[in-house]
Design a protein around this ligand. Structure first.
Ligand SMILES: Nc1ncnc2c1ncn2[C@@H]1O[C@H](COP(=O)(O)OP(=O)(O)O)[C@@H](O)[C@H]1O
Ligand SMILES: [Mg+2]
Length: 924
């Protein structure tokens, strides 16, 4: 009798899993000093929840445990799972900084008035809430069935998981699906159990099997305990003893479902119907369930047989299936009409978004009334900053909208929210589908604009460009405002694709169409300067840049962060470093105030590049780390890859080969599936610099040559984008190929002349001097190069010229004259932390007979701070308080305090003023 058999429902003590247990316990033991983020991935029934139970039990002895789980439903409700986590902590909400409290309350609909919700304030707020409530004890956050968590909450959980190390939280999630991209979260594959453990589990449930029967079941279930238990419990005594044939279907995965379907069919009809209501309801309170049952002429008592058969459990929040697979089984086991009535009953008893979703689940044909309710739910979700829930509601609403134009409008709304929420793939897909059915040219243009934008951020830049230009052609004759927008939007992906001709064409054509409003007018010069800055037409790039700067001068910086960020990057390319610093500072300063943070990751990356040139490498490193982290949070693969390569370049110059290789590999992984063509060039450049720094010149040539070939083949002309050209000349010379070196040098000098830029002319002069055969000529060449360097702030480059000069003098046996440039180079390399280069100076100095003063001087002051500490120090010096620093860096206030303690200790300081003085003096 199934009803009396022990079943899979009672998740008992954990059997086996020694490896997993050890790993989880280790993480728990480490918790007081470091956090962990872990994903348990495994098929349904393999034992993930059982492992989470184990962690919960172990952890509750010492820590506070928060447990939430995703629930499979048709509805996507705003921040449903986050609410489960945060609402029990709402006592601590008052302690949060105001912006974060408002955003959290808005997101969870807790506050009395509608609040403005900043999605990143929600993330940081949740983090702060956990860590401030953690004053007494550390936190363990367990998320079961992550694959069913609503997408907005999932984003917050991913964010939390990425910050656990800094925040000392243990985060463990269980999912049937792998995480797509989640660096920093380790995955533990949970597979089937070995024979011994399976035997013990069966024994514990009193399910003894004959050896041959056990073997068959083992093979069939592949050690999946749920399949094993459900199959074994269905067998008759004769079957268990191996005396009659086993009723086993060839469908391995369906075994448990089949078992359950059989047990469901054995229940009274009213119980089956009541179970369908439980399944349709998802996650509701007991009284709503009771009333919904009443609509179908049922009551809670009808569930008793299911409870006795251990198919459902009455939990503290209502009824729960013993295993989530049962939900589908229960819904599919009843006729369509019963299912529909269940949804109707639930709708009757619910309000708002929930009601709209139940209504929608109960129909298959378009219905404007229901579509409108869903659209209202979408609007409400949007107001709560739950963009992904809003997007899903719009999308379903559009499907149910009978009128085609209105349906397209709703698709557009949904795609806009998906884009805002970082689900660029949904946005692009929905727009594409709607483009095929919509007949209104203006709507089609709007769909194309959004789709192109989404594809650009996804890194599908070639496709985005083609699509946007085609859409512009379609409306060129009838709608100039839209044509202007489409063409300006088309220039950026083309530039990222390094399709220079296409980018310039789009940027020039855009200016032929009058913009629809004044704000859009800046697009023309902005994108034209951006694309021209990649070529050697630097004079025109500069004049367009100035036009764009003038137009943006009076604009509200909070409304134009994206434009300012892009322009800051252009200023880098064109050597307007002061303007770049000013613009990027404005953008990053706005990070704390605006609710649209899409530009921050990009701007941090651009500022990292600026600081690289200026020789402020600790600052560059900190910005690049921040940029990579934010780009990942914002799901911008291209930006993440750029930032990672900026890190790799600094690692290379500093001689941290392992970090360089790791960052380069992560960049390639991040940019996988994108069409951003500069990525391999920048990667080869970083790897080449790494080899050159180590003196592995042949290897350096191999990498740098590839970068150089790709760069020139694509028609890129701005030599400031190929600082590796000078590295290649040097690598060729040292590898003994002067002829090849001369060829590259000729390109560099020519590009320098054409563009009138300062760096290429200084680097070209150095390379020429290195190649000079006559010592007099070389000496004059170095002097000339150093004069050129005076014009340009890149100290690393200057130090390299000094090193080459010293080497040449030493080789020409002018040892005493060699010392001064070598000592100067040594000083700069030390300041930059460029260890291999410092070492080269020391070797050369030794060869001149100079007594090298002991070891390289130890880093002093700010150099001793970690990148994150430096970032905190800079912001504190800027006058931000701890709360503001935390908000800007996406970390909790408590972590800011810990960083500050370390900073003060390392620097021997006592006050913020002292710190500000130090940072300002260092010119950061
Ligand atoms: N290591 C284990 N020891 C004992 N029972 C287990 C073990 N792993 C799984 N089970 C049993 O198998 C069934 C399914 O496990 P569960 O943790 O719910 O799987 P999942 O969460 O992966 O779908 C439960 O009844 C559970 O008791
Ligand atoms: Mg589970």
């Amino acid at each position: 009798m199934p009803a009396t058999l022990p079943t899979a429902s009672s998740r008992g003590a954990l059997v086996g899993r020694a490896r997993e247990r050890e790993c989880l316990e280790e993480a728990l033991n480490a918790l007081p000093t470091s956090g962990t983020a872990l994903l348990l991935r495994g098929d349904s029934g393999v034992g993930k929840t059982t492992l989470l139970d184990y962690v919960a039990r172990k952890a509750s002895e010492r820590f506070r445990v928060h447990r939430v789980s995703g629930v499979e439903t048709e509805a996507t409700l705003p921040f449903a799972a986050l609410g489960e986590l945060v609402i029990p902590l709402s006592d601590h909400l008052r302690a949060l900084p105001e912006a974060q409290r408002e955003s959290l309350e808005g997101a969870l609909a807790l506050g009395s008035r509608p609040a403005s919700v900043n999605p990143y304030a929600v993330c940081v707020g949740a983090l702060n809430l956990l860590s401030s409530a953690g004053q007494q004890t550390h936190r363990v956050v367990l998320v079961d069935d992550l694959h069913w968590v609503d997408p907005d909450s999932e984003q917050v959980f991913r964010f939390l998981a990425r910050r656990v190390a800094a925040e000392r939280i243990m985060f463990v999630a269980a999912s049937r699906e792998p995480l797509r991209t989640a660096p920093g979260i380790a995955t533990m594959e949970v597979g089937g159990l070995p024979e011994n453990d399976c035997l013990r589990i069966l024994e514990a449930r009193g399910l003894a099997l004959a050896p041959a029967v056990f073997d068959t079941l083992m093979e069939m279930s592949r050690g999946n305990p749920l399949i094993l238990l459900e199959t074994a419990s269905r067998l008759t005594l004769a079957q268990r003893c191996g005396e009659s044939a086993l009723p086993i279907s060839p469908d391995l995965g369906g075994q448990a479902e089949q078992g359950w379907a059989g047990r469901l069919r054995a229940l009274p009809a009213s119980t089956q119907q009541a179970l369908a209501v439980v399944a349709a309801a998802g996650d509701v309170t007991l009284d709503v369930l009771e009333r919904a049952l009443k609509h179908a002429g049922l009551c809670l008592r009808d569930l008793i047989p299911a409870e006795e058969a251990r198919l459902v459990l009455a939990g503290n929040r209502g009824y729960e299936f013993v295993h989530p697979i049962l939900r589908g089984v229960a819904l599919n086991g009843v006729p369509v009409s019963v299912r529909r009535d269940a949804y109707r009953g639930l709708a009757e008893e619910s309000t708002g978004g929930r009601r709209a979703w139940y209504l929608a689940a109960g129909v298959v044909t378009p219905d404007e009334t229901i579509a409108r309710e869903l659209a209202e739910a979408a609007t409400e979700a949007r107001q709560r900053g739950s963009y992904l829930a809003a997007a899903q509601a719009w999308h379903r609403s559009a499907e149910l909208t009978p009128h085609p134009d209105l349906s397209t409008t709703r698709v557009l709304q949904g795609a806009t929210d998906a884009f805002r929420g970082g689900a660029c793939d949904d946005a692009a897909r929905w727009c594409e589908a709607a483009q095929q059915t919509s007949e209104d040219p203006r709507r089609r243009a709007d769909l194309a604009l959004l789709r192109g934008r989404a594809l650009t951020w996804l890194g599908r830049v070639g496709q985005a460009h083609r699509l946007l230009t085609a859409a512009a052609d379609e409306v060129a004759a009838t709608d100039t405002g839209r044509a202007h927008l489409l063409l300006s939007e088309a220039a950026l992906p083309a530039a990222m694709h390094l399709d220079l001709a296409g980018a310039i064409r789009a940027a020039r054509r855009c200016q032929e169409f009058p913009p629809s409003d004044a704000a859009a007018a800046v697009n023309g010069p902005l994108f034209l300067s951006l694309t021209l800055a990649l070529t050697n037409d630097i004079p025109e790039a500069k004049s367009e840049m100035r036009r764009a700067l003038a137009m943006l001068a009076d604009a509200d910086p909070l409304e134009t962060v994206m434009e300012l960020g892009l322009l800051g990057q252009v200023c880098n390319f064109l050597e307007f470093y002061d303007d770049a610093a000013r613009l990027l500072h404005t953008v990053l300063d706005g990070a704390r105030r605006t609710t649209n943070p899409a530009a921050f990751a990009y701007a941090s990356g651009a500022r990292a590049e600026l600081s690289w040139w200026l020789g402020q490498w600790p600052a560059a490193y900190a910005d690049a780390l921040e940029s990579a982290a934010k780009a990942r949070a914002l799901r911008q693969p291209g930006t993440a890859a750029f930032a990672l390569l900026a890190l790799a370049r600094i690692d290379a110059a500093r001689g941290d080969r392992a970090a360089c290789a790791r960052h380069a590999a992560e960049a390639v992984e991040a940019a996988d599936f994108t069409e951003i063509r500069s990525m391999p060039i920048m990667r080869d450049a970083a790897l080449g610099l790494d080899c050159l720094s180590q003196g592995a010149c042949e290897e350096a040539v191999a990498h740098l040559d590839q970068a150089f070939l790709a760069f020139t083949r694509l028609g890129l002309g701005n030599p400031n984008l190929s600082p590796f050209a000078a590295d290649l000349v040097e690598a060729h010379v040292r590898a003994g190929n002067p002829l090849a070196a001369k060829e590259v040098l000729a390109w560099l000098e020519d590009a320098g002349k054409r563009t009138g830029l300062m760096w290429p002319s200084a680097a070209g002069a150095r390379c020429r001097a290195v190649l000079a055969e006559d010592p007099e000529e070389a000496a004059a060449g170095f002097e000339a190069a150093l004069i050129e360097h005076e014009q340009h702030p890149a100290v690393f480059e200057r130090a390299r010229t000094l090193l080459c000069q010293g080497e040449a003098l030493r080789r020409a046996r002018r040892k005493s004259r060699a010392r001064a440039p070598l000592l100067a180079a040594h000083r700069i390399f030390t300041m930059l932390g460029a260890a291999p280069w410092t070492q080269r100076c020391l070797t050369e100095l030794a060869a001149t007979g100079h007594q090298v003063p002991g070891e390289a001087p130890r880093a002093e002051g700010l150099e001793r701070l970690s990148p994150q500490e430096l970032q905190v120090a800079r912001m504190v010096a800027d006058g931000l308080n701890n709360v503001e620093v935390g908000a800007a860096l996406f970390i909790s206030t408590k972590t800011v305090e810990i960083h500050l303690t370390h900073i003060y200790r390392k620097l021997g300081l006592r006050s913020r003023t002292g710190l500000a003085r130090l940072v300002t003096a260092a010119g950061l």
